[in-house]
Design a protein around this ligand. Structure first.
Ligand code: ADP
Ligand code: MG
Length: 274
């Protein structure tokens, strides 16, 4: 079958609203807005009164620092959960935002791609950890690294849904086939329920014709899976992490904050009419 088999065009009207929704935020391209979307969607969902856990699965730790958490300051991180069987709850930290929690990562997670290779049930280590805490949360957002290695496989195996950020730029669709094939592989071998439910267009610049072309192309290709809400390119969004804050805290009335709040409503309620 085509790449489209992993896509659920009706995801917005289905939903697992009475259960915890676990999203892997994935795209093997770097710099497309995975971490930014994890942090800001997480914060916006928490503002709606939902209990949210951000799992930082990227050795860069940008989701942790973006939420004001220095993983270095703590004894355990997601590395210990994935490699040392430390319970996930032992590494979860509260953030300054009510209802928003983070399982932080540190650079030693970079070794996990290699260290996991000989590990027992190496693809399912995060899933087992998440399964033990998921009942405590309404949403779990897993910020995957920019690769399709074992860490991302762990993220996909632990999730029910995949959220794919796509940057509104040239080559936006490049590499997506590979991501969707990996989702399909994980579906077939590890996690039959996994679906790409949510595609988020990021860094949209209204001044460029190209951005509109990308939006059109992505909508034509992926249909209803693509969120109506488009995240604008905004300086406020890009500077917020240096304050250790989501944009919804850094500048709540900015366009970026408004967009992420809209995205949160769309994700929770299904799509708005086009
Ligand atoms: P990824 O996690 O996919 O590598 P990031 O979320 O870290 O991507 O984003 C890459 C860079 O782009 C970061 O410097 C981030 O601050 C910036 N960025 C992300 N989204 C936006 C946006 N909507 N407007 C402006 N800058 C953005
Ligand atoms: Mg990132």
């Amino acid at each position: 079958m085509s790449e489209g088999t992993a896509i659920n065009q009706d995801a917005g009207t289905l939903g697992r609203r009475d259960e915890t929704r676990v999203f892997a935020v994935a795209n093997q391209k770097g710099g497309v807005g995975k971490t930014t979307t994890t942090v800001n969607l997480g914060a916006a969902l928490a503002d709606l009164g939902l209990r949210v856990l951000v799992v930082d699965l990227d050795p860069q730790g940008n989701a942790s620092t973006g939420l004001g958490i220095e993983a270095r300051n703590f004894d355990v991180s997601i590395y210990d959960v994935v490699l040392r069987d430390v319970p996930l709850e032992d590494c979860i930290e509260p953030t300054s935002i009510k209802n928003l929690f983070v399982a932080p990562s540190t650079i030693n997670l970079a070794g996990a791609e290699i260290e996991l290779v000989p590990a027992f049930s190496r693809e399912l280590r995060l899933r087992r950890a998440v399964d033990r805490v998921r009942a405590d949360y309404d949403y779990v957002l897993i910020d995957c690294p920019p690769s399709l290695g074992l860490l991302t496989v762990n993220g996909l195996a632990a999730a029910g849904e995949v959220l794919v950020p796509i940057q509104c730029e040239y080559y936006a669709l490049e590499g997506l086939g590979q991501l969707l094939r990996n989702v399909e592989l994980v579906r077939n071998s590890l996690n039959p329920g996994l679906e790409v439910t949510t595609i988020v267009l990021t860094m949209y610049d209204a001044r460029t014709k190209l951005a509109d072309q990308v939006v059109e192309e992505v909508r034509a290709h992926f249909g209803g899976t693509v969120c109506q809400t488009v995240i604008p390119r905004s300086v406020r969004i890009s500077e917020a992490p240096s304050f250790g804050e989501p944009v919804t805290v850094h500048d709540p009335s900015s366009r970026g904050a408004i967009a992420y709040r809209e995205l949160a409503r769309e994700v929770t309620h299904g799509r708005r009419p086009a």
